[in-house]
Design a protein around this ligand. Structure first.
Ligand code: NAP
Length: 281
């Protein structure tokens, strides 16, 4: 019997996850279907329960339900606990298992882009759910500095407080937080925009001098060509620019591997999606 999976969110029509998982399934000869489900803002739990009752095997969770999925799961991976957000649910053995594959997706994409993360100085812009998902995986690569800058400074400070408890013993000097201006302390090898400013074609008001020689500017948003942030980064001296399409494909591959026990090849899928998007120039 064909196994059923879905991505659930609000909105959801824009989601590329059905196309990505269909390509993975074809490539690995897995018998599965994968659909996009729109849940009402107050109807996430009911929509998940219905999908499960109909025999659904797993779901990806997108905006704005990742925190609700975290609370719903009755078994969580360590990385989901740290993120306090879940983007992948598996329905197995009568349980709802929650995981978060966003962070590993970002790290894999950065590595494929040629970033040497061990020892790198990284600036992370934003302090929302996406940042929560990527802090621990970035720290675990051995970055030498991870500065989290956010419009609402207290939110960034609260966030690093949560992670400092877990990482304090190993990395006392690595993690710091502040506002845009405080980010000017040091040049960075990698700057990651995880704010949603790009969705309204805005860039965070960043100070000059952030970009080290050979640095990468990365916008988690994808499909919008050169975003306001990437334009700003290019003008401020970033050597290389990337968007979040690779992260999207890599987090999907990690979920697929969890569900199916087989790891798909991401490069061909990413290249096919890329060809249909506006260029990053
Ligand atoms: P979120 O929880 O709503 O957080 C939004 C963040 O953006 C907050 O830090 C907020 O700052 C900041 N922000 C919003 N508007 C801003 C503006 N005009 N100027 C400066 N900062 C602004 O959202 P999220 O879930 O973290 O997602 C963030 C982005 O990452 C979204 O665009 C999402 O599409 C993208 N994303 C991509 C992937 C991928 O696979 N490529 C995965 C996850 C997320 P305040 O705290 O001050 O409000």
């Amino acid at each position: 019997m064909t196994d059923r999976y879905a991505v659930i969110g609000h909105p959801i029509a824009h989601s590329k996850s059905p196309a990505i998982h269909a390509a993975f399934a074809a490539q690995t000869a897995q018998d599965l279907s994968y659909e996009a489900l729109l849940a009402p803002l107050d109807g996430f739990a009911a929509a998940v329960a219905q999908f499960r009752a109909q025999g659904g095997r797993g779901m990806n969770i997108t905006v704005p339900f990742k925190e609700e999925a975290f609370r719903m799961a009755n078994r969580l991976t360590e990385r989901a606990k740290l993120a306090q957000a879940v983007n992948t649910l598996s329905f197995e053995d009568g349980e709802i298992k929650g995981d978060n594959t966003d962070g590993v997706g970002l790290v894999r994409d950065l590595e494929q882009l040629g970033c040497q993360l061990a020892g790198a100085r990284v600036l992370l812009l934003g302090a929302g759910g996406a940042v929560r998902g990527v802090v621990a995986p970035l720290l675990q690569t051995g970055v030498s500095r991870l500065f989290i800058a956010n419009r609402t400074v207290e939110r960034a400070e609260k966030l690093i407080g949560d992670f400092a408890d877990f990482f304090a013993y190993e990395m006392p000097d690595t993690l710091a937080a502040g506002g845009w201006q405080e980010a000017a302390d040091a040049p960075y090898d990698v700057v990651i925009n995880a704010t949603s400013a790009s969705l309204s074609d805005e860039a965070p008001p960043l100070p000059a001098g952030l970009y080290a020689q050979g640095s990468l500017a990365y916008d988690m948003v994808y499909g919008r060509g050169l975003t306001a942030y990437l334009k700003q980064a290019r003008d401020q001296g970033a050597a290389r620019l990337a968007d979040g399409l690779g992260m999207l494909v890599e987090q999907a591959a990690e979920a697929f591997a969890l569900w199916r026990g087989v790891r798909p090849d991401t490069a061909a899928v990413r290249d096919t999606l890329r060809a249909a998007l506006p260029p990053l120039v």
